[in-house]
Design a protein around this ligand. Structure first.
Ligand code: AMP
Ligand code: MG
Length: 408
C-alpha cells in the first residue's frame, strides 16, 4: 500500500501530454488552448464614442447650460462601421453614434439628451458643458496590441469564446481530447429502466463516469458493462488498450473471489505501477500503463469511484491537455472531521462563504463508501492526511471545489 502523495506522483510521472489540433470557433467549447492568444489589434481599435451624441471640442461648450446653450455648427455624421476623416474645427460638432469614430480635433462627446437633438439642421444647441475625454473609449484602453489576452492551458468557456471572436480568431489551436474507455464490471449490475431483482444493483457508476468524462473535457470512445468473467474482461480491455488514452474500470479490483480486473490487466501486459492506496474510501485503486495509455482500476463502490475519479483521473485528464491546475482552498469546519490514523480521508462536503467572508465547510454525515446520496448537494471534496490528530469544528481543512457545485 502506498500513500496518496506517492500515488499522485507516480501518475503524474507517467503522463505524456497529447498534441494539438485546430478547431473552428463554434467547436471550441470546453477545449484547452494550446497556444497563447495574442491581441493582433488594440481594443478598442480606434477612439470611439461610448454614447449616441455629438463629438465636440470641450472648450467650445464652456459655460453651456439649459438657459444659455452654446450653438455649434453641425459638419457631419460618424456612425459605427463607417470610416470617416472628418476634422473638427473650433465651433463645430459632429453627430457621433455609439461605436462611431471620434473625428480629429474632437475631445469629448455630449450625449444627445443634452442637446437640441439629431435634427437635420445646420446648427445644434448644446445644453451642458463637456469634460475632456467624456464618453470617449480610447484606442487600446482595454487591450494593447501584442498583449496576451488568454494564456495557453486555459479552458474555453463562454468568456473565452467571446474574446476569441472579439479578436477575429476563426480557427483555434487546442489540445487533443484524451480518448477514454469506460468499463463497469459486476454480475449484479442491471441498467436503469429494468425491474430490479433481489441481489441486483442498478449500475450508477457508468452514468457518473460518463458525466465526469464529459465535464473533464475528454471524449468517450468506448463503454461497456462487463460480467465478472475473465474472458469478457480480456476481450474488452484488449480492444480498449489499442484505442484509448485512458481506461477507466470500476469494480472487480479488490480481494473478492471474482475480482479479476487486476489479473486481466496484468495478463494483457499492462505495467502495474500501484495497487492499493492508503486512503478511505478507494483503497483498492489500481494504476498501470501500457505504452502511453493510462489504466485506472477503480473500486466499485459508488462514492469510492467518484472520489477516485476526481482525485486521480480528473487531474490526469487536465495534465494530458496541459490545463491549468484547479486550486485547493483551506476552509473552516463547522463539524468534526473523521481523521484516520493510517489513511488519507476523503468526504463529500458543502462549502460556502459566510457573511464575514470566511470560507466554511460541512462534511457529509453519510460516511459509507456505498452511500452515493452523500454527493447530493455537495460542492466539494474535503480531505485530511493520515495521522494521530483530530480535526474539530473550527479547525481548518483542505477543500477541493467541484466545478459544477453551487455555493450554499
Ligand atoms: P466491487 O469493487 O466490484 O467489489 O464492488 C463494490 C460494491 O460496489 C458492490 O456492492 C457493488 O455492487 C457496487 N458496484 C460495483 N459496480 C457498480 C456500479 N457500476 N454501479 C453501482 N454500484 C456498483
Ligand atoms: Mg464486483
Amino acid at each position: 500500500m502506498i500513500s496518496v502523495k506517492k500515488a499522485q506522483l507516480i501518475i503524474s510521472k507517467n503522463i505524456r501530454p497529447l498534441g494539438f489540433e485546430s478547431v473552428l470557433l463554434n467547436n471550441a467549447r470546453n477545449r484547452i488552448l494550446s497556444q497563447d492568444i495574442i491581441a493582433n489589434i488594440p481594443m478598442p481599435q480606434f477612439d470611439n464614442s461610448a454614447m449616441d451624441g455629438f463629438a465636440v471640442r470641450a472648450a467650445d461648450t464652456k459655460g453651456a447650460n439649459k438657459s444659455s446653450p452654446k450653438t455649434l455648427m453641425m459638419v457631419g455624421v460618424s456612425s459605427a462601421g463607417v470610416s470617416n476623416d472628418i476634422i473638427l474645427h473650433p465651433g463645430e460638432c459632429v453627430q457621433c453614434m455609439t461605436g462611431g469614430k471620434i473625428p480629429k480635433g474632437a475631445d469629448s462627446i455630449v450625449i444627445v439628451e443634452n442637446s437640441s437633438g439629431f435634427l437635420d439642421s445646420k446648427t445644434v444647441k448644446i445644453f451642458k458643458e463637456a469634460k475632456i475625454g467624456e464618453h470617449i473609449r480610447k484606442r487600446g484602453e482595454e487591450v494593447q496590441e501584442g498583449d496576451v489576452v488568454i494564456s495557453k492551458g486555459t479552458c474555453i468557456t463562454p468568456s473565452e469564446i467571446g474574446i476569441l471572436a472579439t479578436f477575429g480568431c476563426e480557427k483555434i489551436s487546442v489540445m487533443i481530447k484524451p480518448k477514454v474507455g469506460i468499463f463497469v464490471t459486476g454480475n449484479e449490475l442491471i441498467e436503469p429502466g429494468h425491474k430490479i431483482k433481489l441481489g441486483q444493483i442498478y449500475n450508477s457508476n457508468f452514468y457518473v463516469f460518463s458525466e465526469l468524462v464529459e465535464q473533464s473535457g475528454a471524449e468517450i470512445v468506448m463503454s461497456e458493462v462487463i460480467k465478472d468473467d475473465k474472458d469478457s474482461l480480456r476481450k474488452s480491455f484488449s480492444k480498449a488498450l489499442q484505442v484509448c488514452d485512458i481506461i477507466i474500470s470500476s469494480g472487480g479490483v479488490s480481494m473478492g473471489r471474482f475480482d479479476y480486473v487486476r489479473e486481466v490487466y496484468n495478463e494483457l501486459g499492462v505495467q502495474e505501477h500501484f495497487w492499493k492506496v492508503a486512503q478511505k474510501p478507494g483503497k483498492p485503486l489500481f494504476f498501470g500503463t501500457m505504452g502511453t495509455s493510462l489504466i485506472f482500476g477503480l473500486p466499485g463502490n459508488p462514492v469510492s469511484s467518484f472520489i477516485c475519479y476526481m482525485k486521480y483521473i480528473y487531474p490526469a485528464i487536465q495534465r494530458l491537455q496541459k490545463k491549468k491546475k484547479n486550486p485547493q482552498h483551506q476552509g473552516v469546519l463547522t463539524d468534526d472531521f473523521p481523521v484516520d490514523t493510517k489513511k488519507h480521508r476523503y468526504l463529500f462536503g458543502r462549502s460556502w462563504i459566510n457573511s464575514h467572508g470566511k470560507l466554511l465547510c460541512t462534511p457529509t454525515s453519510k460516511m459509507g463508501s456505498h452511500m452515493l446520496t452523500a454527493s447530493l448537494g455537495s460542492n466539494c471534496i474535503l480531505e485530511s492526511p493520515p495521522g494521530k490528530y483530530k480535526l474539530k469544528a473550527g479547525d481548518k481543512i483542505t477543500i477541493n471545489l467541484l466545478n459544477w457545485g453551487s455555493s450554499k
